[in-house]
Design a binder for this molecule. Structure first.
Ligand code: SF4
Length: 215
């Protein structure tokens, strides 16, 4: 029988906040409903040295949730959005090997559209339930700057009133957290209605990443 839900991942987060231990433990998390329909939890990683106990991280990037590819492969930002992120990081002069990438929630929330699994925005309860994992990751990687990719990550750290459209690319301060800069999620750029919109959003995203690099 499935355990009763707590809507809080705290009981599942080990005291040892080192990445290999956390990555192993998150697979047993039942802090909210999302584990039920996902293939596996997708924890954050550093492209090089992701298994190191004390990785050298400049920037921690936080997205929304794993996508279809990530859910199957068990790694964050490896689908089309990840490819776009890599391209824009390079254009902004950010060394991808010093960037830790993760998501606000660690399990894929989706609904079926025919044979396709379409991502569904995680709710406040799920975001709150998963926060202890995010905090454990912050403690493990100690980033100099957090970059929130999209509104879900930004609002979870900076409050529900935070507007990416107005405040993107500017460094924000929140009590108890490293400096935070919010920008678009690469998936939203890929969903832009026209080629022109996509080009505009990509340019703005790269400029925000340049601001992160300067910081
Ligand atoms: S989304 Fe987060 S809190 Fe919910 S089951 Fe997965 S790891 Fe646990």
């Amino acid at each position: 029988m499935a355990p009763a839900l707590t809507h809080d991942a705290t009981p599942f987060v080990p005291r040892d906040h080192t990445l290999p231990v956390l990555r192993d433990a998150v697979q047993r998390c039942h802090g909210c409903d999302l584990y039920r329909n996902a293939t596996q939890a997708v924890f954050g990683e550093l492209e090089s040295g992701g298994q190191a106990k004390k990785p050298a991280v400049e920037i921690m990037m936080i997205g929304e949730q794993p996508g279809d590819h990530e859910d199957i492969e068990g790694r964050p930002f490896i689908g089309p959005a990840g490819k776009l992120l890599d391209e824009c990081l390079e254009a902004a002069g950010i060394d991808r090997r010093r960037v830790y990438v993760t998501n606000t929630v660690k399990h894929f929330k989706w609904e079926p559209h025919g044979n396709v699994r379409v991502g569904k925005k995680p709710g406040t309860r799920e975001i709150r339930a998963c926060r202890p994992w995010l905090e454990a990751e912050m403690e493990a990687v100690r980033p100099k700057l957090i970059v929130c990719l999209g509104a879900v990550a930004a609002q979870s750290l900076l409050g529900a009133d935070f507007k990416i459209t107005l405040m993107h690319g500017k460094v924000q301060r929140a009590e108890g957290l490293p400096p935070i800069l919010a920008t678009l999620h690469p998936s939203s750029i890929l969903r832009a209605r026209s080629k022109e919109d996509r080009g505009r959003q990509k340019k703005s995203f790269t400029e925000d990443l340049r601001s992160a690099a300067k910081f």
